[in-house]
Design a protein around this ligand. Structure first.
Ligand code: NAP
Length: 445
């Protein structure tokens, strides 16, 4: 019997479990740990609430979860309730699929002003992640600035721009919907330090900005490279740039009736944030940039201040370090070779990482599937040559959990929480999420 522990129940965790199940079948027991009482990580807390079709992938994970050899061990914080070393003693392999739940700081003066948030926090707030549900951003000012030109920046801009009616079928949580209903935001500036050919936004997501009820995208034609240059782009980016060209060509008549603007500000590198006497952000200072021959950017020395009553930086994420696991501070993820984490001096191996915890915060949800399958091949190869070890596996963990009085949440418990969330949904919405752990535990009954 192979005993596998997976830490983190997001896409990387479940794809790894699926791969392990396919590889070993009945000869493996797989425990998926999560610090929250609810599974699916990024699917629940990261994917935009108005992208329900993307969230539907959790049904595939549920199929994996409902088999006898896989189990969900919720409400157990690895690194706090149980250590990595303890898990290593109990399981043949321990896989860290902990994602990248923290924000990369911008490193700017003024970053600690009120109403400056990283996207993990801001997205976590509107998605009801218990760690961020209390964020309470002030949306009363007219100007918002979003730093970064990736898909997360698009998610944040779109959510700020959508009307309550457009969000009706989403699972945005009640506190965020109420705050957005009262929002005074009228101009959302999306800031990129490079140009239109260097965006990290994908076409479908960018196209959605052109279909909003009360907001129109604005691209300044002068920022666009000559149209002939688009031919050299790869097809996806070419389609994204075509959307930018379309936005630049929108006529006043096409903008009419749209009181909100989502403005693309290219060649703008943030250098500082400035606040008012109450310590709330009011402006973002940028330095104008130009592209370098290598495709990077350099400052021109020309600075400018743009109004910003809310700043959300969407510049990437970091994996949370775990005690005793080698961590690369610069890259913000575990030190690893193809998913294998080096054993501590004198210690044994058997520790792995997968998904964003392995490669950093890039790629789509589907990218984690081949990642999980490749990792299971690697683990299988390692186990084939490892000395036989009679690990206690889940029975050993259960004994430890009982000894420590851990209140473990099972997948069956989660299904009760899910049903309670579905019953509480406002009309037209799929669910109303619980946003604090105590409420989740109560709903389990
Ligand atoms: P991303 O795609 O890596 O984009 C990050 C953006 O931040 C880039 O425009 C980058 O500019 C900019 N940036 C980085 N450091 C900066 C700095 N110090 N100052 C100013 N700008 C800075 O990251 P993401 O948007 O967080 O997305 C993470 C992953 O999730 C991506 O693979 C994304 O496609 C995926 N995702 C997908 C969806 C979807 O499919 N619907 C939704 C959300 C996220 P440079 O290029 O100049 O570095």
């Amino acid at each position: 019997m192979r005993h596998i522990a997976i830490v983190g129940s997001g896409p990387a965790g479940y794809y790894t479990a699926e791969a392990a199940q396919k590889h070993w079948g009945e000869d493996a027991r797989i425990d998926i740990f999560d610090r929250l009482p609810v599974p699916f990580g990024l699917i629940r807390s990261g994917v935009a609430p108005d992208h329900q079709s993307i969230k539907a992938v959790s049904k595939r994970y549920e199929k994996v979860a409902l088999t006898d050899n896989v189990r969900f061990v919720g409400h157990v914080a690895v690194g706090e309730d149980v250590s990595i070393a303890e898990l290593r003693g109990l399981y043949d392999a321990v896989v860290l699929a902990t994602g990248a739940p923290g924000d990369r700081p911008m490193g700017l003066p003024g970053e600690d002003l009120a109403d400056v948030f990283g996207s993990a926090a801001f997205v976590g707030w509107y998605n009801g992640h218990p760690h961020f549900a209390g964020l309470d951003p002030d949306l009363s000012g007219p100007s918002a600035a979003i730093v970064g030109m990736g898909n997360v920046a698009l998610d944040v801009a779109r959510i700020l721009a959508k009307t309550p009616q457009e969000l009706a079928g989403s699972d945005i949580v009640a506190h965020a919907l109420a705050a957005l209903e009262r929002s005074g935001v009228r101009r959302v500036r999306v800031l990129g330090r490079r140009g239109p050919h260097q965006i990290a936004m994908t076409p479908k997501e960018l196209g959605e900005l052109g279909e909003l009820a009360r907001a129109a995208p604005l691209v300044h034609s002068a920022d666009l490279p000559p149209a002939e240059a688009d031919a050299a782009l790869d097809p996806g980016l070419r389609k994204s740039v075509a959307h930018l060209r379309h936005f630049a060509a929108l006529t006043p008549a096409e903008r009419a009736g749209k009181p909100m603007t989502i403005e693309f500000v290219f060649f703008a590198r943030p250098v500082a944030l400035h606040g008012d006497e109450d310590g709330a952000v009011r402006e973002i200072e940028i330095e104008r940039t130009r592209l370098t021959a290598e495709g990077g950017c350099e400052g021109t020395g020309v600075t400018e201040r743009l109004p910003a009553d809310l700043v959300v930086s969407c510049i990437g994420y970091r994996t949370s370090p775990l005690p005793g696991v080698l961590y690369d501070q610069r890259l913000g993820r575990f030190v690893n070779q193809d998913g294998r984490i080096a054993a501590p001096a004198g210690g044994e191996g058997g520790l792995y990482c997968v998904g964003w915890a392995r490669r950093g915060p890039t790629g789509t949800i589907g990218t984690n599937r081949p990642d999980g399958y490749a990792l299971v091949d690697l683990i299988a190869a390692d186990l084939a040559v490892a000395p036989a070890a009679d690990r206690a596996g889940r029975a050993g963990f259960d004994a430890l959990a009982a000894e420590r009085g851990l209140d473990v949440v099972t997948f069956r418990d989660w299904k009760k929480i899910e049903q309670a969330e579905e019953r509480a949904a406002r009309e037209g919405a799929p669910r109303e999420k619980f946003v604090d752990v105590a409420a989740m535990i109560r709903a389990r009954g």
